[in-house]
Design a protein around this ligand. Structure first.
Ligand SMILES: [Zn+2]
Length: 309
């Protein structure tokens, strides 16, 4: 894929490409999953990039059974199981997926917080952490990149680091004087950068109220009222992508992460027809654009598609 072409991006007949950069296997299924399924179904080339192997994720599903021939006690064992799960999730979404190869930092807990484990993604120096993603951007040549906002979306060190490497790759991949790799791919300048807004308070409030209105128990009540939630600054969504037709694929992808996602838990507490009625979109925040576009948008490729320019 290292063509020497310097043709403008999205030239006629060239397929559109979307790169979704995530911290751990399962994040691609809980943040913007239906969007990736929709674009893949429309013929966009979609590549999910997973920064770490999820090696420090605990079992979060009480009904999880370790697959035959595997174990979940060691870093290597967890990595192998989560690779199986990730492959099944990518298949459910109809997308390609690849790994950056860093090691999960785990979510540090305690006061004071303990140091991050040696060798983990959170401790990798910035340029070293961004280098493999810069190279991947040059190889895959995405028109659009999605990742997390500067807070990481929630305060996991790998999510914050994921934001940092994605922003760095977005800005550096087109500059041939940076991240020079002998025999590497040609520079490539992506056109738009977005932050995922999957867990917006506006969405949770709307779904919460609709569930109460329907006499159902809402999974969001405690969270909406909590101090932590109220202290998270609301960020502005610029882009609303209609994805209700892809909720089923999203749910299949979530279930594929059997060690992490409880099929009777939080993610499945909202009836899908209610969700499709109340909140049929996934939200994004346009962080940077190299093409003209008018906000709000309903398409990550607004301004990029043939005919837009
Ligand atoms: Zn994560």
């Amino acid at each position: 894929m290292s063509s020497a072409s310097s043709a403008p991006p999205a030239a006629p007949s060239e397929p559109l490409r979307l790169m979704a950069v995530h911290a751990h296997p399962d994040d691609e299924s809980s943040k913007g999953a239906a969007t990736t399924a929709r674009y893949a179904a429309e013929g966009v080339e979609v590549l999910v990039v997973t920064c770490t192997g999820g090696e420090r994720g605990d079992v979060l599903n009480p009904s999880f059974e370790v697959p035959a021939g595997h174990e979940f006690e060691t870093i290597e064992g967890r990595r192998a199981v989560r690779r199986l799960e990730m492959a099944a999730a990518a298949e459910a979404l109809g997308v390609r997926q690849t790994w950056l190869g860093f090691v999960d930092s785990g979510l540090p807990e305690g006061d004071p917080l303990p140091p991050l484990p040696e060798g983990s993604f959170g401790l990798v120096p910035p340029a070293e952490a961004a280098a493999p993603l810069v190279e991947l951007v040059r190889e895959f040549r995405p028109h659009v990149i999605t990742t997390y906002d500067p807070s990481g979306g929630y305060p996991h060190p790998d999510h914050i680091k994921c934001h940092e490497v994605a922003v760095e790759a977005y800005h550096a991949a087109g500059d041939g004087s940076r991240y020079v790799v002998e025999g590497g791919a040609e520079p490539w300048e992506p056109l738009k950068l977005y932050y995922n807004h999957g867990f917006s308070m506006a969405r949770m409030r709307a779904v919460h109220e609709a569930m109460q209105g329907a006499g159902l128990e809402s999974p969001f009540g405690d969270w909406i009222e909590s101090r932590t939630a109220r202290e998270i600054p609301e960020r502005e969504a610029t882009t609303h992508v209609a994805v209700a037709d892809f909720f089923t694929q999203r749910d299949s992808a979530l279930v594929a992460h059997a060690s992490q996602i409880d099929p009777d838990g939080f993610f499945f507490a909202v009836p899908r027809d209610l969700e499709a009625d109340v909140w049929p979109t996934e939200e994004y925040e346009l962080a940077d654009s190299r093409v003209p576009t008018a906000l709000p948008e309903d398409d990550l490729f607004a301004g990029v598609r043939e005919g837009d320019r």
